[in-house]
Structure formats: structure tokens, C-alpha cells
Design a protein around this ligand. Structure first.
Ligand code: NI
Length: 255
């Protein structure tokens, strides 16, 4: 059995058939799905859907693109929402240094405020990072006291060395569809060196469907495809990937 540790089931792409998608995913060996918010609105939607569905949990938070909305009221609201037992992590939160993003200082400040919130609530964090691993590692090291409840680097695309630094901080490395892409040989080389005992599986659906479904709408039922690819890389049976990543996710998110 598998756990999809990062999905966006409340995305518009699933508006007509999310119940069917979830059912098909459970039929395909997915045991739990964690659906993720990225701002206050999507976090509320994620929680609502998780409340309605057995075996769907959620993470709530404000990610870089929306960080300017993170004020005291938003933080207080996230904290209130987190009292629901279906909220099992704070995220996705992080840094993104691509064009047209809010100022880096604002991103850093909002990220750290949410690290502190997660720590206060006793929850792990789900981290998003694009083109910002250097600053991210620096910030995480400065604030490692707030990482006591662990976390995951979602959609990991970095090097072996960065992964080792993240693991040293007690974080997990989450493997998604990108690891199956034809042009991702560098990432695959890194994944070979990262221990399975620190890995999780995810889709980040509706984005980033694994090969050979690349370009299609992604969904949790494609998790076994990513797992098979990872099993080949690690030269183990897919059952071992399933067993270990599921155990890791259950321990981290206390499911
Ligand atoms: Ni995401």
C-alpha cells in the first residue's frame, strides 16, 4: 500500500470527478492521500474535503507566491484550523526565487513564521523550494529548533549533497513524477544515493504526472508508477518501496 503525501485534490482539474479519482486511487493501492493547501483559501478547501473523506488528510499553509497574505489574522486562522485532527502538517510553505515572486525577505519571514507555527502545534512541515536551496538550507539551519516534528521536502529535485543536508536536519525527501522524466537523469543519480528510509512518495497532482503519462492530468493512482521507477533505481522490489515509504509517512504524519 502507498501514501500520496502531497496532492492538490481541490484543484479545479478535479472539480467534476474528485470522488471518483479518490476511489480509483484507493482501488490502485493508495491507502491515504494528503491534500495540500498553498494559501488560506485552498487550505480551507483542503480541510473541508479531508473532513468529508475517509483516508484523506490535509496540510495547510501559505506558500511563496501567496506569502503577502500571511498576516497575524491568517496565522491565527491557520492555527484554529489545525485543531482539526485531519490537519496533519503545515504546508506547503517555502521559498521560490523564480521571476515575479514576492520579495525574498518577505518569503523568508513568512516561511519562518510558519515553521514556528508548526513547532507550536507539534506538526511536521511540508516544504516547497524552487531555485532557492542555498537560502533554504541556511534558514533551516538557523531555525532547526523549530523542526523538532520533522518535515518533508516536497517534489525533491536537488542534488545528493543537498538531500544529505536536509536529512541531517531530520527532514524527509519526497519523490514525485519528475524522477521518471527522461531528462531527469541527474535527479535519478542523486536518488540512488539517498536512503529509502528517508523517502516519501507523492504526486503533486494535478501537475507532474510520471512518465509515460507526462503531460496528462496527474492523480494519486499514478503513485505506483513512480514507485516502480524508484524500485528499479534502488534495485529493490516495489513492495519494499511501498512498505518503507508508507512506514516513513505514517511515522512522520502520525497517521
Ligand atoms: Ni504542491
Amino acid at each position: 500500500m502507498f501514501i500520496d503525501t502531497h496532492a492538490h485534490l481541490t484543484d479545479n482539474a478535479f472539480k467534476d470527478d474528485k470522488n471518483e479519482v479518490v476511489k480509483k486511487s484507493f482501488d490502485c493501492g493508495v491507502e491515504f492521500v494528503i491534500t495540500s493547501g498553498f494559501n488560506l483559501k485552498s487550505s480551507k478547501e483542503a480541510l473541508k474535503f479531508a473532513q468529508e473523506k475517509e483516508n484523506v488528510f490535509c496540510s495547510i499553509g501559505v506558500y511563496p507566491e501567496n506569502i503577502l497574505e500571511l498576516d497575524d489574522d491568517t496565522l491565527a486562522e491557520l492555527e484554529k484550523m489545525a485543531s482539526d485532527k485531519k490537519v496533519i502538517a503545515i504546508g506547503e510553505i517555502g521559498l521560490q526565487y523564480t521571476d515575479n515572486m514576492p520579495p525574498r525577505e518577505k518569503q523568508k519571514e513568512g516561511f519562518v513564521r510558519q515553521l514556528k507555527l508548526a513547532h507550536k502545534l507539534g506538526l511536521p512541515v511540508v516544504i516547497h523550494c524552487r531555485d532557492a536551496y542555498g537560502d533554504l538550507l541556511e534558514l533551516l539551519n538557523e531555525n532547526k529548533e523549530y523542526l523538532k516534528f520533522g518535515g518533508t521536502m516536497h517534489c525533491y529535485c536537488g542534488s545528493k549533497e543537498i538531500a544529505q543536508s536536509l536529512i541531517k536536519l531530520g527532514l524527509h525527501i519526497s519523490v514525485g513524477g519528475v524522477s521518471t522524466f527522461k531528462n531527469a537523469s541527474k535527479l535519478r543519480e542523486a536518488l540512488k544515493e539517498i536512503p529509502l528510509s528517508s523517502m516519501l512518495l507523492e504526486t503533486d497532482c494535478p501537475y507532474l504526472a510520471p512518465h509515460p503519462y507526462r503531460g496528462e492530468r496527474n492523480a494519486p493512482f499514478y503513485i505506483p508508477t513512480t514507485a516502480e521507477n524508484l524500485a528499479k533505481l534502488k534495485e529493490v522490489e516495489v513492495e519494499e518501496v511501498a512498505k518503507t515509504t508508507t512506514k516513513n509517512a505514517r511515522e512522520l504524519f502520525k497517521i
